[in-house]
Design a protein around this ligand. Sequence first.
Ligand SMILES: *Cc1c(COP(=O)(O)O)cnc(C)c1O
Length: 428
Amino acid sequence: MEAYTFNTSESYAESLDEKAELTMFRDEFYLQNDHYYMDGNSLGLLSKRAEQTLLNSLEDWKRHGIDGWMTGKQPWFYLSEKIGAKLAPLVGAKEVEVIATGSITANIHQLIATFYHPDGKRKKILADELTFPSDIYALQSQISLKNLDPVEDLIRVKSRDGRTINEEDIIAAMTDEVALILMPSVLYRSGQMLDMERLTKEAHQRGILIGFDLAHSAGAIPHELHNWEVDFAMWCNYKYLNGGPGSVGGLFVHEKHFGTLPGLTGWFSSKKEKQFDMEHVLTPAETAGAFQIGTPHVLSAAPILGSLEIFHEAGMENIRRKSLSLTRYMMDLIDHELQGMGFAITNPSDDRFRGGHVCLEHDEAARICKALKEKHVTPDFRAPNVIRLAPIALYTSYHDIWKMVQILKTIMKEEQYKKFKNEREVVA
Ligand SMILES: *Cc1c(COP(=O)(O)O)cnc(C)c1O
């Protein structure tokens, strides 16, 4: 690697693009001219390959009707397993440990229903107070279903600074009252990355099961779920993995737990060869496939197949290296160009603790985001004061980042944001 000789010029941004890795993938995505998409951490863009595998499934339906389950370009009966096997290297799992199914929230319900067995004093679930609300709602309802108290029995580790969670505080909260832990790999707002290997070790030393929500790391960061001996994990495929709006999610169950009866069962939990015996006694699959429930959402899964080819060709280590370089460049540029304008970068700066996005705080964040959208920059806003900006390794250029920062600088200098109300939209 060359020495990092940062400067704020446009030509410097262009020179970074000339030297950059992974630039051949940008043309595979549907980018709009003169638009700067910084929201690939909420909804990744469509690639031509994802479009093609979706069209393949439509074609299979068109030509084969019901026979599409077993014939055609992408037979539907094994599609979830096939995608699971392709997802496995991205999360550091064996092929049989991953299945494409459900959504993050549905998969939390499935995996908590499976692994949460309150026993006497050891009856609490440990999460954190900065976690995404849906995860908390799911945990609360799972606790209620056990006739326990969703207030008393859900511990949420407190944040010292309102942005990050100190790992020492998580470990200190792993008492003998805790049955199970669910933590994010990367916090959705500040982009803080937790040390999953360390937390797993600490949890297991205390006899506690631990799972991770990989929403903000799947497709952005390499994982070693199997070697770390993580018990379970879930993620969506529509953020960094570019599977499309509402695309089917993914889950991981460590092979040491194969044979554990899923908390929620259905006919797709079956061993594939037994499913159509139509017996009233379930014979569960001996893989993560057992954690499926009903018929797969084929049209919401098909694009993932094409999208994952790109990840395999690019390689997760390369994606992570480029992502770190893009976010580093963005932070440096913001520091230099937006000084004295009321912004604070509040994601961890250290590469070891930084996820895939930059977290920019400003008191006027809601209307600054509206002004950015008017100028064809797509950020995302998290109330009350956060602008999240995610440069994506597969399709964002250094020059895109340079343009975005220049647009933001003009918005601030000319106070263009003041014509908007400082309130969020219904969907932010
Ligand atoms: C995006 C996200 C979700 C969304 O869950 P769905 O069930 O896919 O709607 C849940 N948790 C986290 C941490 C997220 O980032």
